[in-house]
Design a protein around this ligand. Structure first.
Ligand code: ZN
Length: 243
């Protein structure tokens, strides 16, 4: 199901994804977003999973925006059988997350739509047209088959935790206001492109510009909370290297 967002005139949209219970990264990103003065914030899902502050992140996202779509780690909280496809570290984190959320948090996740559509832009966690299989798009080659699966000109995705710009026209390598693109905004709470800084995107629909923003945050605090809570050690280690 796709919901529409009311839209009027010029708009700067901040797109965040894959927060994964990382409070320090989410707060740093939102501080930066408010400093820039955007009009709308959209969250592409995976608010929880891996990180030590899932409840805080759900409440903060819920307070700052109503434009939020469901991610696979959010889904695993209320459909735990789905986490059977996860690796053992992710599965352990799902179990820990379920124990550390209250009923209101779970209800919030259950009510998230799978996609949003606004002003010729599709927002979805993994890939256009996906209704719960959660495929990854890593390359321009892989992206090609998804352009026929959405009617909007642009699609924003997360899921791989690797920022990327994929164009329908292979000769176009930079964002413009004319061509069709699938854009991955990267991850707030667990970047995986060997850059430990948080990643998100800002689209200006009038100037027709897109910027991928990278920012440092307090990785040490998040990592110590992961260890204190008995979450897998690798989840703390990977934050320092961004992979
Ligand atoms: Zn994720």
């Amino acid at each position: 199901m796709t919901f529409s967002i009311a839209y009027s005139g010029s708009m700067r949209i901040a797109i965040i994804s894959d927060i994964h219970g990382n409070r320090e990264a989410l707060d740093a990103a939102l501080d930066d977003i408010f400093r820039r003065g955007v009009d709308v914030i959209v969250c592409l899902g995976d608010i929880v999973g891996y990180g030590p502050d899932p409840g805080y992140c759900i409440e903060r996202i819920g307070k700052e925006t109503s434009n939020v779509v469901l991610g696979n780690h959010d889904e695993a909280v209320f459909l735990p059988q789905k986490s059977m496809e996860f690796n053992h570290v992710a599965r352990a984190a799902v179990k820990w997350t379920i124990r550390n959320l209250d009923e209101a948090h779970v209800t919030y996740l259950k009510n998230l739509p799978r996609s949003l559509s606004m002003h010729d832009i599709l927002f979805i966690h993994s890939a256009p047209g996906d209704e719960g299989r959660w495929p990854y798009i890593f390359s321009n080659f892989e992206a090609q088959m998804y352009f026929s699966k959405f009617k909007e000109r642009l699609a924003f995705v997360g899921h791989s935790h690797v920022p990327g710009l994929f164009s329908l026209n292979p000769s176009v390598t930079e964002f413009n206001g004319r061509d069709r693109f699938i854009i991955n905004v990267g991850s707030i709470g667990q970047p995986r492109d060997r850059d430990k800084r948080l990643s998100y995107g800002v689209l200006d629909t009038v100037a027709a510009t897109y910027e991928n923003i990278r920012l440092d945050y307090d990785v040490r605090t998040t990592a110590s909370k992961i260890l204190e809570n008995g979450l897998p050690v690798s989840l703390a280690e990977r934050l320092f290297v961004g992979r």
